[in-house]
Ligand binder design. Sequence first.
Ligand SMILES: [Zn+2]
Length: 72
Amino acid sequence: MSALRLTGPAGGAGVFSVPSRSAPGSSHAVTWAPPFVDCSCRGFGFRGHCWHAGRVAAAVLNETIALEEHAA
Ligand SMILES: [Zn+2]
């Protein structure tokens, strides 16, 4: 289960699709544009953070690491 990038360059801002843990087959849209982050799930509306946003943060970090490995 991982975040799928829909828009934007690797390591940068964009929109991701993250599978729902509680509802198999559905997914949430996460907008990643630090410091702005948004998710379509209810939990994000309550807490300002959620599991989906965390998955996107991890995915962007992995992209950044991959870019740095290419540059090395
Ligand atoms: Zn969410």
